[in-house]
Design a protein around this ligand. Structure first.
Ligand code: SF4
Ligand code: SF4
Ligand code: SF4
Length: 272
């Protein structure tokens, strides 16, 4: 049972959230939604603990496809950053705002960028491309994320200003926004030979994710006494994290998506 401890804890956390929100709001959706997500994450963590190869992909598709297809396309909830601004400024603390609070703003204090490694529907597709390890040095264009972040905010403020901030507009924005993310993400992945180029340079959500995940309780630790500096972990990391350094200040520390690839490669079990 010990090796499934993380899976049980993760499921329990989501179940507590599910029941608390259900009781607080009387809305059954919260119970079903967070129970489903917790189940996907719990089962995925158990599969990972059991050494199953596609455990992470199981969670990515289980949660990512649910959010994109069911919440986004069927329920017409805009879960992109524009949707977050829209619901926030409308004073509607519904699924969209809660999703950001839990997965992308406060949750990362506990589970870092687990969202990026296991749940994001954009990365769910980008990870299928062939460039699983970056094949070149990191580019110095990460500032683009701040521009995209600011533009998303200005766009929603303008919609409110001109009286166009409606549910319908937000649904259209959700469709267009996702299409743009996929097209730009695929072009960048091919151009830079790096599946995660979009995450590294463009994604506006990292403006929340990066600073919060710096303090994450869950992180890949390195026993530097054990490490033999073979560099295998650095070669497989999709996010260029200097993972063989245990410090929180290690290079690209806030980029870690907890995918566990480095741990699988380490020949001396120095990564925990
Ligand atoms: S950085 Fe953005 S696009 Fe990439 S996985 Fe995270 S939320 Fe998704
Ligand atoms: S390979 Fe390791 S350091 Fe790199 S993103 Fe995955 S878990 Fe983090
Ligand atoms: S794979 Fe293990 S031993 Fe090799 S550099 Fe990374 S942490 Fe050190």
């Amino acid at each position: 049972m010990k090796k499934f401890k993380t899976a049980i804890i993760l499921f329990a956390i989501f179940e507590i959230i599910a029941v608390s929100l259900w009781l607080a709001t009387g809305n059954l959706f919260f119970l079903l939604n967070f129970t489903y997500i917790g189940l996907c994450i719990g089962v995925g963590a158990a599969l990972q603990a059991a050494g199953k190869k596609y455990a992470r992909e199981f969670v990515q598709f289980g949660v990512g496809a649910y959010m994109l297809v069911f919440l986004g396309l069927i329920c017409r909830e805009n879960m992109q950053i524009e949707g977050f601004w829209y619901y926030l400024f409308s004073g509607v603390v519904g699924a969209g705002v809660l999703h950001y609070a839990i997965a992308k703003i406060f949750g990362p204090l506990l589970f870092g960028r687990g969202w990026c490694g296991y749940c994001c529907w954009t990365a769910m597709i980008l990870d299928l491309l062939p460039y699983k390890q970056p094949q070149g040095p990191r580019k110095k264009i990460g500032f683009i994320r701040y521009i995209v972040f600011a533009l998303s905010l200005v766009l929603v403020l303008l919609l409110f200003h001109f009286g166009k901030a409606t549910q319908h507009t937000m649904f259209v924005l959700f469709l267009v926004g996702n299409l743009v993310y996929y097209v730009v993400g695929i072009i960048l992945a091919v151009a830079f030979k790096d599946n995660r180029a979009f995450c590294k340079y463009i994604c506006p959500i990292t403006v929340f994710l990066k600073p919060m995940s710096y303090y994450s309780r869950l992180r890949i630790r390195c026993d530097e006494e054990k490490c033999i500096q073979c560099g295998k972990c650095l070669d497989v990391c999709p996010m260029d994290v200097e993972v063989n350094n245990d410090s929180r200040q290690r290079k690209n520390a806030t980029e870690c998506i907890l995918c566990q690839k480095c741990k699988k490669e380490c020949p001396v079990n120095a990564l925990k």
